[in-house]
Design a protein around this ligand. Structure first.
Ligand code: PMP
Length: 304
């Protein structure tokens, strides 16, 4: 990733991509305390637009607040950097990665007197779970790793260290021939994927786990809004893994994963074992909204 042309916003300055570096004694590198965002920008007929920019920036600030990291920039400055990361790198669609991390001013767990650094980069990134995933759906497996406990590393924060848990789960799933992991919470209920929120469809109703042990996904929120506008009942509740086995449809949501159908869990086909009609409808509406194909919810888009 590091050897390419382009610009990365680092602490308020546009830096040549190859020069945007940190020292090996960077605190966040050692202990994992940092917070970040992942946002998509899409090509539309009226130019490139970032989807739900403000919502992502707000969550970045909430994550920093949870982790007690003072933010050295305003939300407006971060918004502007995120938009410019797309335009300055000449991208018409992009994945934007912003991160706040502690510098190399000192070591140790007191983590005081450290500078908070902020970076924003953007690059082109296709379908997160593979090219076929959006149409054909993915195969997932229940993870042997328990999702982070909300009193352990704080599930409402999109915090760097939380992703050790995600990476272990995803690697385990992939090593066993699956595309993604289903992560259960400490009580054994479905929490989310390694980087996606979960939905199931049963008897025409849509269910999603409460966010006790899952990230408050922005795509989750978008899909819930779209589904309710279409007249579906959307219920947040505890979901067991066997409820997913017998669901008519299941899908994951995420800024990177977008709306990805799940066709199989633990070698049981879900419904017909292909993208279901409700998933397809919500997925197609989601792609319409992010690409500015519909008149409603124009406020979800920020042109770069
Ligand atoms: N859960 C986790 C753990 C994630 O990393 C993500 C991706 N940010 C999501 C859910 C989905 O969140 P969003 O829709 O805001 O991208």
């Amino acid at each position: 990733m590091e050897d390419r042309d382009g610009f990365i916003w680092l602490d308020g300055k546009w830096t040549a991509w190859r020069e945007a570096k940190v020292h090996v004694l960077t605190h966040t590198l050692h202990y994992g305390l940092g917070v970040f965002e992942g946002i998509r920008a899409y090509k539309t007929d009226k130019g490139t637009a970032v989807f739900k920019l403000q919502e992502h920036t707000d969550r970045l600030f909430r994550s920093a607040h949870i982790m007690n990291m003072p933010m050295p920039f305003s939300k407006d400055e971060i918004n502007q950097a995120q938009c410019e990361a797309v335009s300055k790198n000449g991208l018409d669609s992009a994945y934007i990665r912003s991160m706040c991390f502690y510098g190399s001013e000192g070591m140790g767990l007191r983590a005081d007197n450290l500078k908070v650094h902020v970076m924003v980069a953007a690059w082109a990134w296709g379908a997160y779970l593979g090219d076929d995933s959006i149409e054909k759906g993915i195969r997932i497996r229940t993870s042997s790793y328990v999702r982070n406990h909300h009193n352990s590393t704080m599930c409402k924060a999109k915090a760097n260290g939380n992703y050790i848990n995600s990476i272990l789960a995803l690697q385990e799933a992939r090593a066993n021939g699956y595309d993604e992991a289903l992560m259960l919470d400490h009580e054994g209920f479905a929490a989310e994927g390694s980087a996606e929120n979960l939905f199931i469809v049963r008897n025409g109703k849509i269910y999603t786990p409460e966010t006790t042990s899952a990230l408050e996904g922005i795509t989750r929120d978008t899909v819930m809004t779209i589904a309710r506008e279409q007249g579906y009942e959307v219920i947040e509740k505890r979901i067991t893994r066997d409820e997913i086995y017998v669901a008519d449809e299941a899908f994951f949501t995420g800024s990177a994963a977008e709306v990805t159908p799940i066709r199989e869990l633990d070698n049981r086909l879900i419904g017909s074992g292909s993208r279901g009609p409700v998933t397809e409808k919500l997925q197609s509406l989601y792609f319409d909204y992010v690409k500015d194909g519909r008149p409603e919810h124009k406020d979800w888009l920020t042109y770069v």
